[in-house]
Design a protein around this ligand. Structure first.
Ligand SMILES: [Zn+2]
Length: 212
């Protein structure tokens, strides 16, 4: 009979789900009285949850009282869950528009690069190549011995499917050219944000990079 005390509400488990699990267990335990189960149910709830506190303050005499008392709590929970789902989908549907809003572009463009422009072989799309006054490969060659660049992580793409006609001096791998290298671009942009290599920042980029 003590087995009923083993049924515990998990963190973030809905009260309704827990109640259903509990009832399913309860019917399998022989001799588990409704009064005994009511105590076990309370002890199975997450400590300090609203329902737990309520049942400590005013203990329920049996499971039918529990059922009556949790009904209000369960419907409240369902309203909250429905609300949460709605606001999540609202945020998701708004996201694309937000990237078109000007201002605070630095972080956003960084995120956008990371999200959509990196391909499996480390090659970035071309659109931001004009962020620098000279090519990435020239910047790399001029500064690669200064210890300012970090070794890029290995490429994730299948080696047999990489473009053998394009070599990246930064990755030291075939797949994309140095000028297409996404990681190199991030690193140059990151250095620029810290005030390094700013001599290569293309005109117009400054206003998008407010001083920290
Ligand atoms: Zn590369």
């Amino acid at each position: 009979m003590a087995a009923i005390f083993m049924v515990k509400q998990k963190v973030r488990e809905r009260l309704k789900t827990f109640y259903e699990c509990f009832r399913a267990e309860q019917v399998q335990i022989e001799g588990c009285t409704s009064k005994y189960a009511a105590v076990a149910f309370r002890e199975g709830l997450l400590p300090n949850s609203h329902m737990y506190n309520d049942l400590v303050r005013k203990p329920a005499k049996d499971m039918s009282e529990i059922q009556t008392r949790i009904e209000g709590e369960i419907s409240l929970e369902e309203i909250e869950a429905a609300h949460a789902t709605r606001s999540t989908s609202l945020i998701a549907s708004r996201a694309p528009d937000e990237s078109n809003i000007n201002g605070a572009e630095q972080n956003r463009s960084w995120n956008r690069n990371r999200r959509s422009e990196q391909t499996m072989d480390g090659r970035g799309l071309q659109e931001n190549q004009n962020k620098f006054t000279i090519s990435q490969s020239t910047i790399l060659r001029a500064h690669q011995n200064e210890g300012i660049f970090t070794k890029p992580p290995p490429l994730m793409s299948d080696p047999s499917r990489r473009d053998q006609s394009r070599f990246c001096e930064f990755h030291r791998e075939y797949s994309h050219t140095t000028n297409q290298c996404q990681n190199l671009r991030w690193q140059i942009e990151s250095l620029m944000a810290k005030g390094k290599l700013i001599q290569y920042r293309a005109l117009g980029e400054e206003e998008n990079n407010p001083a920290p």
